[in-house]
Design a protein. Structure first.
Length: 73
């Protein structure tokens, strides 16, 4: 038994976390990996490797959530 909030493990028979006062779960859900944050140099390197063309570069930047870009001279 596990507390879904603080991740404490309990023996079978316990139903609530004594710290958080929440109902225990049979197992913990897997934790997703945090998003990768690219630095400026990583962004440029990735863009140059993946893009190849100005249109491809624009698409790569937009996929990396640089959505305010409208055109590249």
């Amino acid at each position: 038994m596990f507390c879904p909030q603080c991740k404490a493990e309990y023996r079978v028979g316990f139903v609530r976390c004594s710290t958080c006062d929440v109902e225990l779960a049979d197992q913990l859900l897997p934790v997703a990996d945090p998003p990768i944050k690219l630095g400026f140099e990583d962004l440029i390197r990735t863009s140059l490797l993946c893009a190849g063309t100005r249109t491809g570069l624009m698409q790569t930047l937009q996929e990396l959530h640089w959505t305010r870009l409208e055109s590249i001279p």
